[in-house]
Write a new protein. Structure first.
Length: 296
């Protein structure tokens, strides 16, 4: 049974488009608009950002597209993150650190609203667990920004079970954005995905293709996984990427994988996984290849 503190659901699209690398795609504004339109046509309506992505430029690049085609905003959900302060001479930061103080979170939310040319953010995540976080104070900041209509829902990213539980106790969290791929299995064992099921919280999954290592990695783990997955993908008549997304989607926590590609074909491969149901033996064959040994 879902936890009583679980917030009213925000319906993210089954596949979420990640904008971490948008600055590297070198798209002009019309091309960015067309990319968004094509993503929406594929059923990808949720777009994942962070204030620091693209050297603090990613949100602005996306916002320029929304300014050029404002009607698109009503067809999507905007997700962003804050809480990481990168070292920068322009920003008076001497050491990379985390910041979840009220003043900083408010400032970053208001900047994201400006960057993304929107009046409300659908979902804001605390990017990394802040060792100095005052959970009660942060929850008050969440509540204030929600009352003001600036943020509809809150969540976290990369938080452990205790860190999630602490903040969730003070304010309902919609999601925990976690790393999971056939090459990164820790979320299966550290309790975070179990907690998501316990609370009825659907996780978001970053780097589902292992940052490209699934295709090009030359290390022993990548080679084992690629060999096993290539055989399964060929038997299923799907691409390696589609199989990787399907492997993630097979988990009962009902995760939302996040893409990282500017290629429309890459988005199609992700969406294709929604029609693939791999059986338990194939799922565990991939797990076994990743671990290098059978289950106990």
């Amino acid at each position: 049974m879902p936890d009583r503190n679980t917030p009213t659901r925000l319906e993210l699209s089954p596949i979420v488009a990640g904008l971490w690398r948008i600055a590297d795609w070198h798209l002009d504004v019309p091309a960015r608009v067309r990319w968004i339109e094509q993503a929406l046509e594929l059923g990808i309506a949720s777009f994942d950002h962070a204030d620091i992505y693209g050297d603090h430029r990613a949100e602005t690049l996306f916002g320029e597209a929304l300014k050029a085609a404002p009607a698109l905003r009503s067809r999507m959900q905007l997700v962003t993150k804050c809480g990481i302060r990168l070292r920068s001479a322009q920003r008076a930061v001497q050491v990379k650190h985390y910041d979840t103080t009220a003043a900083y979170v408010r400032a970053q939310v208001e900047q994201s609203l400006l960057n993304l040319r929107t009046e409300q953010l659908d979902l804001v995540l605390i990017h990394r667990p802040d060792y100095l976080m005052d959970a009660a104070a942060l929850a008050q900041t969440f509540a204030a920004l929600t009352r003001e209509g600036k943020v509809a829902h809150w969540g976290v990213s990369n938080h452990g079970t205790g860190q999630f539980a602490l903040l969730h106790r003070h304010h309902p969290l919609l999601t925990n954005q976690l790393e999971l791929s056939p090459l990164a299995l820790h979320a299966l064992d550290d309790g975070t995905l179990d907690q998501c099921q316990q609370l009825g919280v659907r996780p978001m999954i970053w780097s589902p293709l292992g940052g490209g290592r699934l295709f090009t990695g030359g290390d022993a783990q990548a080679l084992r996984v690629r060999e096993a997955m290539t055989a399964i993908a060929a038997r299923c008549g799907i691409s390696l990427a589609t199989l990787a997304y399907a492997w993630i989607l097979r988990h009962p926590s009902r995760p939302h994988p996040i893409t990282g590609t500017g290629r429309i074909e890459g988005l199609r491969e992700a969406v294709a996984a929604l029609d693939v149901q791999i059986d338990a033996q194939d799922w565990y064959a991939i797990w076994t290849a990743s671990k290098g040994h059978a289950v106990p």
